[in-house]
Design a protein around this ligand. Structure first.
Ligand code: SAM
Ligand code: ZN
Length: 474
């Protein structure tokens, strides 16, 4: 089978070729064209696609290597087909890199790059590029694998890709310091199933010690999602919420990109690549990121739009941005408590318009259970226009402008929707029965960002049992 990619056409029969990595290779070519290097060592070449494209699209003098003789044959044929010259080696990449220095090395392995990083750091003179597809080991999903391969501890957090990318960078940076080399990410990203980092290398005794100023730990509380940055050797007390901190690390706490470099890459990009690079450029460097849905879920709050939270944090003088890897996450140097306070402030302001709103009555029974009454919808969804401070414990909801309250002498609270007022809602799954009071299920299925009551609508920012996204009809 022959594939066309960028300016190359390569045969991929019997060798590894992943079409899903095309976006990565497209972006790599812009990165390579921005690097002022000549030589490029494609240490794990497979079909040779990366090195051939590096030669054709970024003017590099590529050297190829693969341990598999079949791959070597394929590379030689593909070089001929594309009219590209280049040395082809059939060796173990780690051994080759021990014997010879290269200006720029690319490690694009199956799974983990860990076995190649020591020799790559020994050999690479100016640039090092690394891919990792073993994201579970890096992001805290597979804690023991992370310890074994990367010598760092992680648990899965609400922003696991932030942790994963930083664990990878931290590992590579540490591996290089024994060779008196200081590595800095020029650009790095998370996408689909992989992490990718391009490093600049500086050979310097002083600088290779100073990289540890950007290395350290993230103290993470799984109870309240708080995160605190700790340098090497620093410790953390208990979290303010009473929960215990897990110390994630050592990880890289510094910049995930060099702005000037990334801007130059972006200038060359178009379409999807450009949009992706702009997301990377918009991101601040703070390692403390939060998933708004995760915070909202823990605290039974509704979800304000990410941009609104970012905008408000900036107005308050904090650094804040979206992230390139998650649409509902924010990065900020503000404390978690402030984020939470913001979510509370913005809960009632989520844009909901009530059109022909059906009357919803809720009653708080003597047993403390909320029950709804009245025909609300034919659909098996009921939109409760309430903000519960703690849904699970049936606390009285904080009332929103859209909800009027009537208290009867018998202590039953009636909550009635008011038409035309902004409100937020929590969607619960329920078939409403006209005659009987139906207990409102405790399980929250989703949290609404924006919804038009009374007409079919798209449920934005939806998450819950059925994953994210989707539509609901009320
Ligand atoms: C993920 S593929 C490389 C994909 C390629 N860079 C691309 O963009 O399509 C990994 C390659 O590494 C080769 N490989 C595995 N272990 C190796 C080793 N120790 N030394 C050299 N090559 C190795 C495999 O034969 C395989 O072709
Ligand atoms: Zn806590």
């Amino acid at each position: 089978m022959e594939v066309e990619e960028g300016r190359a056409r390569v045969k991929v029969e019997g060798v590894f070729y992943n079409p899903r990595m095309r976006f990565c290779r497209d972006l790599d070519m812009l990165v390579f064209a921005t690097m002022d290097s000549k030589e490029y060592f494609d240490a794990l070449s497979a079909s040779g696609i990366r090195g051939i494209r590096a030669a054709l699209e970024a003017g590099k003098k590529a050297v190829f290597n693969d341990i598999n003789p079949k791959a070597v044959k394929a590379i030689e044929e593909n070089l001929r087909e594309n009219g590209v010259g280049g040395e082809v080696i059939n060796g173990d990449a780690a051994a080759v890199m021990r014997q010879r220095a290269f200006e720029h090395i690319d490690i694009d392995p199956f799974g983990s790059p860990a076995p190649f990083i020591d020799s790559a750091c020994f050999s690479a003179k100016r640039y090092l590029s690394v891919t990792a597809t073993d994201t579970a080991a890096l992001c805290g999903s597979a804690t023991n694998s992370g310890l074994k391969k990367y010598g760092a501890f992680a648990v899965k957090t609400d922003v696991y890709h932030e942790v994963g990318l930083r664990m990878l960078i931290g590992f590579v940076v540490r591996e290089a310091t024994k060779y008196e080399k200081a590595l800095f990410p020029l650009i790095s990203w998370v996408r689909e199933h992989y992490y990718r980092v391009h490093f600049k290398i500086k050979k310097s005794t002083a600088m290779s010690a100073r990289v540890y100023e950007k290395m350290g730990y993230l103290a993470y509380c799984s109870t309240c999602l708080r995160k605190k940055v700790l340098g090497m050797g620093e410790g953390a007390e208990r979290c303010e919420c009473g929960g215990k901190f897990s110390l994630i690390g050592p990880i890289w706490l510094g910049e995930l990109k060099q702005r000037d470099f990334t801007e130059k890459v972006a200038e060359k990009a178009e379409g999807k690549l450009r949009a992706f690079l702009e997301k990377i450029l918009a991101e601040i460097d703070a390692p403390t990121a939060y998933s708004l849905p995760a915070l909202a879920k823990i605290h039974s709050l509704t979800l304000p739009p990410t941009d609104v939270v970012v905008g408000e944090l900036k107005k308050l003088g904090y650094e804040a941005s979206r992230t390139h890897y998650c649409g509902f996450c924010v990065k900020t140097d503000a404390d978690r408590d402030l984020l939470l306070a913001l979510q509370e402030v913005f809960n009632p302001l989520v844009n909901v318009v009530l059109l022909d709103a059906p009357l919803v009555e809720l009653r708080l029974g003597k047993d403390g259970v909320f029950r709804s009454i009245g025909q609300v919808s034919e659909e098996p969804f009921l939109l409760l226009m309430l903000q519960f401070t703690s849904f699970g414990q049936q606390q009285i909801p904080e009332l929103l402008p859209s909800v009027a309250v009537e208290e009867n002498p018998d202590g039953v609270v009636h909550l009635v929707l008011v038409e035309g007022k902004p409100a937020v809602g929590i969607v619960v799954k329920e078939v409403v029965n006209e005659e009987d009071w139906v207990p409102v299920p405790k399980k929250i299925l989703g949290i609404v960002g924006e919804i038009i009551v009374g007409s079919p609508c798209i449920l934005k920012n939806f998450y819950g049992e059925h994953g994210s996204g989707g539509a609901v009809y009320v």
